[in-house]
Design a protein around this ligand. Structure first.
Ligand code: PMP
Ligand code: GLN
Length: 378
C-alpha cells in the first residue's frame, strides 16, 4: 500500500508507556491519573446499566448530558449553546478533533498550528489533503507571536488550532492573545478549533479564556473537551464538541459514520455527576497542590523547571545533566533512573529538539515522591 501518512509512526505515548511497563519504571510519560476516579461516578455507571441504558445512545449523545454541558458552559463562559443542534458527545476529545478537522478541511486548505503541538492535529489535516502551517513557540513562556501568525495567513488559510491550557508546555492564553486572535480572524473567514480539554486545570487564580466567552470567536469555533481529563477516567474515552449549528451540522455528518454514537451508560452517569459543579470546580485546587509539590521536588534535582500555569504537565530542561537529544535522554532516564517522560521533540513536525522533557503529575503523592527520589540521583 501507498501510505496515506508517510511521516507518521507509532505515537510517543504508546512507545513510552510500553517502555515504562516493560522496564517497571514509574510512568510519568502518558498523561493519565494512577489513582481511582470517584466511586460515586462508578456507582452512577452501575446504576445506569442496571436501569437498562445498554443500547445505542442517540447519535449526538443523550439529551440529559448535552443539557448539563449547556448549563455548565453558560454558567462558566456566558454563552448559550443549543443542546439540540450545537453539542455532540464524542469518543474522547481525540474523536472530536478528528471529526472537526475532517468536516471542514479540503485539499490544499491551510491550517495553522503552534508547536510544540499535541500530536493528533497534524495527521488529521494531512489525511484530508490539507497543509499544516506550523509556528514554533519558544521556551520558557511559549507565547504566540501574533505578527508571525499574520505572516502565515493567506487566502488558503482555513483554520487555526489553539490549545489552552496547553499540552505539553502548560502555558495558557491571555487576554492579549484573544484580542489579537479576534482582529485576525475577523479580517478573513478563518475557523478555530479550540482544544480545551484542560479547561478546569488552571492555576494561580488565572482565567480560562474559552472561545465560548467571546461571541465573535465562538461563532467560528469548534470547542473540544474531555471528561477523561475532568473526571480522572481517561479510559472511558468520552468527550464532546460544541460549535454553532452551521458547523455542528457538518460535524455530525462525519460523526454519524465514524462512531455513530458513544457508549450510553457512562453518558447517563456523567450527566448526573455534572449537576454538582464542585465535581469540576474543585479540580484546579486539587492539581495545583500536586503541581506545587512536584515542582518543589524537582527543585532539589539538577533538572530546571519551565513555567506551569495549567494542564497536568510539568516540563523541564536538563542541560546541566546531559547533552543527549531529548529522545535519547528520555529513554536512558527510563532505563537507568526508572522514570519515564515524554521528549518534547515528538510534538514538533520537524522533530525540533530543545532538550526538554515533559512529566505528568496527575499521580498519587507516593508515586510523585518516588519519582522525585529517583530524579534527585540523576
Ligand atoms: N487534546 C489534548 C491537548 C490532550 O492532551 C488529549 C489527551 N490527553 C486529548 C486532546 C485527547 O483527549 P481524549 O483522551 O479525551 O481523547
Ligand atoms: N493526552 C495524553 C498525553 O498527552 C495522551 C493520550 C494518548 O495516549 N493518546 O499524554
Amino acid at each position: 500500500v501507498v501510505s496515506k501518512l508517510p511521516q507518521t509512526g507509532t505515537n510517543i505515548f504508546t512507545t513510552m508507556s510500553a517502555l515504562a511497563a516493560e522496564l517497571g519504571a514509574i510512568n510519568l510519560s502518558q498523561g493519565f491519573p494512577d489513582y481511582p476516579c470517584s466511586p460515586k461516578l462508578i456507582e452512577l455507571v452501575n446504576n445506569a446499566m442496571k436501569n437498562g441504558h445498554n443500547q445505542y445512545a442517540p447519535m449526538a449523545g443523550i439529551m440529559p448530558l448535552r443539557e448539563q454541558i449547556a448549563i455548565k458552559t453558560e454558567k462558566l463562559y456566558g454563552t448559550i449553546y443549543n443542546p439540540e443542534t450545537e453539542i455532540t458527545i464524542t469518543a474522547g476529545a481525540t474523536q472530536a478533533i478528528f471529526t472537526a478537522i475532517t468536516a471542514v478541511i479540503h485539499p490544499n486548505d491551510e491550517v495553522i498550528i503552534f508547536e510544540p503541538a499535541y500530536d493528533c492535529y497534524a495527521p488529521a489535516i494531512r489525511l484530508m489533503g490539507g497543509v499544516v502551517k506550523s509556528l514554533e513557540l519558544e521556551a520558557p513562556d511559549y507565547r504566540i507571536e501574533w505578527d508571525m501568525v499574520k505572516r502565515l495567513i493567506n487566502n488558503k488559510t482555513k483554520m487555526i488550532i489553539l490549545n489552552s491550557p496547553h499540552n505539553p508546555t502548560a502555558t495558557i492564553l491571555h487576554q492579549e492573545d484573544i484580542d489579537e486572535l479576534s482582529s485576525l480572524v475577523k479580517q478573513q473567514d478563518i475557523l478555530i478549533l479550540s482544544d480545551e480539554v484542560y479547561e478546569h486545570l488552571i492555576y494561580d487564580g488565572e482565567t480560562h479564556h474559552s472561545m465560548a466567552r467571546y461571541p465573535e470567536l465562538q461563532q467560528r469555533s469548534f470547542i473540544v473537551a474531555s471528561f477523561g481529563k475532568t473526571f480522572h477516567n481517561t479510559g472511558w474515552k468520552i468527550g464532546y464538541c460544541m460549535a454553532p449549528a452551521y458547523l455542528m451540522q457538518e460535524f455530525r455528518k462525519i460523526h454519524q459514520f465514524l462512531v455513530f454514537c458513544v457508549n450510553a451508560p457512562m453518558q447517563y452517569a456523567i450527566a448526573e455527576y455534572l449537576k454538582d459543579e464542585n465535581n469540576y470546580l474543585s479540580l484546579s485546587g486539587f492539581f495545583e497542590e500536586k503541581r506545587d509539590d512536584f515542582r518543589a521536588g524537582i527543585e532539589q534535582t539538577r533538572f530546571k523547571l519551565l513555567p506551569c500555569s495549567g494542564s497536568y504537565f510539568q516540563s523541564v530542561t536538563y542541560d546541566d545533566i546531559s547533552q543527549e537529544t531529548d529522545s535519547e535522554f528520555a529513554i536512558r532516564l527510563t532505563k537507568e533512573a526508572g522514570v519515564a517522560s515524554i521528549p518534547l521533540s515528538s510534538f514538533y513536525s520537524k522533530g525540533t529538539d530543545k532538550h526538554v522533557l515533559r512529566f505528568c503529575f496527575a499521580k498519587k503523592q507516593e508515586t510523585l515522591d518516588r519519582a522525585v527520589d529517583k530524579l534527585i540521583k540523576v
